[in-house]
Design a protein around this ligand. Structure first.
Ligand SMILES: [Zn+2]
Length: 169
């Protein structure tokens, strides 16, 4: 039971991470957190019943980066584009990387200039810019968005019913 998971909220009520009951009880005992949800009942001691938290909140704001710069790679580009050709919109595993501004014309190998393209679109565009090839990008390429709760694995988020209200959809 001391190993059960406890959701830790930032001072602004945003989910911050997960800890064990053991750790949460220590934080509460030291007044370094407040309990928001008692999800596991009580620990019975000689003097009193100690509620077992399943959600606690820190009294101070923990600042953390929301956007983690990820290294650009073929797989990351395909994932960012959800395996969709950025020109014709076809979803396929048979993708190529396209430099929007061709490399030989100064185009960089960056999140902003590399997109997923199916082979026919890549051939059609060839060494031209989208404007020259009269091909329109589905969206402006950018670094991938990282979940605000990047430190909390997805499968944890639905672990306990009383946690759900703390994860806005
Ligand atoms: Zn295509």
């Amino acid at each position: 039971m001391l190993d059960h998971s406890v959701l830790v909220l930032n001072q602004n009520y945003e989910p911050l991470n997960i800890c064990h009951v053991r750790r949460a009880l220590t934080l509460l005992y030291q007044s370094r957190a407040e309990m928001l949800e008692n999800g596991y009942g009580y620990i019975h001691t000689a003097n009193r019943d100690v509620p077992i938290p399943s959600v606690i909140r820190l009294p101070y704001l923990v600042k953390r980066p929301y956007h983690i710069a990820r290294k650009i790679s073929r797989a990351e580009i395909y994932n960012r584009d959800q395996f969709t050709c950025q020109y014709c919109g076809k979803q396929t595993k048979q993708l190529t990387l396209d430099h929007v501004i061709p490399r030989y014309r100064g185009g960089q190998h960056t999140w902003e200039n590399v997109v997923s393209a199916c082979a026919p679109c890549n051939r059609r565009k060839a060494g031209r810019t989208p404007e020259e090839a009269n091909m329109k990008l589905h969206k402006v390429p950018a670094p991938p968005q990282v979940s605000r709760y990047a430190y909390i694995p997805m499968h944890y988020m639905k672990q306990r019913a009383e946690w759900e209200r703390y994860f806005p959809h």
